[in-house]
Design a protein. Structure first.
Length: 319
């Protein structure tokens, strides 16, 4: 029996792992009541395990399909190992405690945490006692929990640097405020002694249509290039440019954050991240924690995935 299963039995039965070990090796070394309790818990866990090996996932309910594509890659790899992935949508304002409790009630083997919603300290301790490993993806809310994140600051920096090197000075940022993308974008300007582009930024919500707002901002700022933060914002910016008869890159240049197949068809330059690489890292980390049962006393793993710019035909050279 692996350490993860023993830890679950101990948590469910309310005894120590040493007691579980003694009971399963030699039932005479524990009381009859304790032995029966341990055997009952073991039987229940085995029944659930035989029915299905479940991995839970808390996923942000946003419109950025990049998150869901990565989750799809992870699901394919887990399925090949006999696991079933069950995901629950959890937003910033939704209690993560309720959803994590629901996943734990299914006796999940592990939980992927892909949402800004954060569990309480009480829930985190409950999960730790139950022996359920957590892996944060695209977030690093807690230093003592394994995480896989993207270097979004570097991605924003690469986009702005490329546009500046192409001779653009009035570059518009369209996206959410106070993000790593925005901070990296600013860094490219300050490193070159240029004025911070705060006046050329349009901070928008990704939860509603912003085409009219984006069109008005472009008409007001008159940028020669734009950097768009998410897939939805990129689509809406392209729509706004078409409404104003602005051709890319003839009239306005563009670099998008996150690369999708349709961007290649439209020759849009984009900051790309290896979806399969992120999925592989998450998959291997999860299996390691499940199989070794070392998720409560182990060196925490923090992996950072570096982005790269895919240059196509959406940036006009001005010099």
């Amino acid at each position: 029996m692996d350490m993860a299963t023993m830890r679950q039995i101990a948590a469910e039965a309310g005894v120590s792992m040493a007691t579980v070990s003694r009971a399963l090796k030699n039932g005479e070394m524990v009381s009859e009541d304790t032995l029966q309790k341990i055997l009952d818990v073991k039987r229940k866990l085995e029944t659930n395990s035989n029915a299905c090996n479940i991995i839970g996932a808390l996923v942000a309910p946003n419109s950025n399909s990049f998150y869901h594509e990565v989750l799809r890659y992870i699901e394919i790899k887990l399925r090949n190992e006999g696991y079933t992935l069950i995901s629950i949508l959890n937003g910033r304002d939704i209690s993560a405690d309720r959803d994590m409790d629901q996943l734990c009630s299914l006796n999940v083997k592990a939980i992927l945490w892909m949402t800004p919603g954060q569990p309480s300290e009480q829930m985190r301790q409950k999960i730790k006692v139950r022996g359920v490993p957590l892996v944060q993806i695209f977030t690093k809310a807690y230093e003592d929990i394994d995480s896989i994140i993207i270097n979004d600051e570097e991605g924003g920096y690469q986009a702005a640097r490329n546009l500046i090197q192409a001779g653009h000075k009035k570059i518009m940022f369209i996206g959410q405020p106070d993000t790593y993308h925005w901070h990296g974008f600013i860094r490219a300007f300050t490193e070159r002694g240029l004025e911070e582009p705060s006046e050329n930024a349009l901070f928008v919500s990704v939860d509603r249509n912003q085409v009219t707002t984006i069109r008005a901002a472009i008409q007001r700022i008159q940028p020669t290039a734009v950097f768009t933060h998410t897939e939805l914002v990129t689509i809406e910016t392209i729509q706004a440019c078409k409404q104003m008869n602005l051709a890319i890159p003839k009239n306005i240049s563009m670099i998008a954050y996150d690369d999708y197949p349709w961007m290649s068809m439209m020759e849009i330059s984009a900051i790309s991240h290896p979806m399969s690489g992120i999925a592989n890292n998450a998959y291997e980390l999860l299996l390691n924690r499940i199989q070794t049962g070392t998720f409560t006393q182990h060196p925490v793993v923090h992996l950072t995935v570096e982005p790269r710019l895919i240059s196509r035909n959406s940036v006009r050279i001005l010099r």
